[in-house]
Design a protein around this ligand. Sequence first.
Ligand SMILES: *Cc1c(COP(=O)(O)O)cnc(C)c1O
Length: 371
Amino acid sequence: MKQIRPTTATIDLDAVRHNVRRLRELAGGAELCAVVKADAYGHGAVPVARAAVDAGASHLAIATVEEAGNLRLVGLRVPLLLFSEPPLDGVDGILAADITPSVSTIPFAEALAAAGRARGRAVPVHLAFDTGMGRVGVPHQDAAAFLAALPDDGLEVVGQWTHLARADEPGVDTTELQLDAFDDVRAHVAAARHRPALTHAANSAGVLGHPRSHLDMVRTGVAMYGLSPSAEMDAAQHRLRPVLSLSTQVRFVKQLRAGTGVSYGHRWHAPSDGWLATLPLGYADGVPRGLTNRWEVLHDGRRRPVVGTVTMDMVHVWFDDVEPAVGDEVALLGTQGDEQIRVEEWASILDTITYEITCGISARVPRRHVG
Ligand SMILES: *Cc1c(COP(=O)(O)O)cnc(C)c1O
């Protein structure tokens, strides 16, 4: 159906390509695995994956077996790394989509190995170790026992990895301790006569802040989208470019009397006579209600306050004595003239991380891919 609503998330694929090249440079030429889980953090997995591979990504990564579907269907052939183990009945889907699973339990390893033997070709896997993230993975203290229990045939260990818990916080020593533990793990893997071609540990924050974590490959999500991993690590400072912008148009304009209450709960009142515009998007589109009375948008290259409770489908902008027109372009995230509103600004207001903002832009918002 033709797009009628004026609200659009524009995804700049040139920026994706730029960021992939830039991250590889920052990672000293290590291979780059483009993390496109969660529909590429809300940016659209298929176009982002194509752009990333175009720009030199050697791998793609996903969080669920289901997320492989369209990537293979559109003809992407690079290895597709699955970060966590699915239930055992996910093995068929893994083989069907030629996914490279991460393995960290013996039952899953056995199920994969049995499938590998049945088809007469070993299943390539990456071993995932927990060196301090405290999430999934073989606990690093158990590496030797785990390796001893792995099936002898049906699997081929092509990679080994770990995940950093605090790489986005400059000045804590957790990352160094994790990398020390990972060195021990790697010695165990070698002693067990596996020869994984790829050893990897870095997420975006690892690339930006911890050269020791770069190893053979880096797994970048957030920085590839031009977003900062944390308030203490600014993507712009590393010459990464934001990929997503969010825009809409003024849909309704009216003049208010001083003191008029606006939106649910009347949590804002007009401070003077003036103009109020309604924008046709709200929390159902992924504009968090927590922004209420605390955020701004761009109109005509100027910041204007968004006032009153964020509703499901609409928000309100105060124009004071300037009369806007129905159809005027409004940028919620992005650039107009010399002004820019970054995802980081919303994240800071909401006391969250950039990841949560773009992942939260809902399916109701059409994505337009350019570049
Ligand atoms: C999501 C994820 C990444 C990517 O993290 P960013 O901070 O977005 O770069 C890397 N590795 C693993 C295991 C992940 O789950």
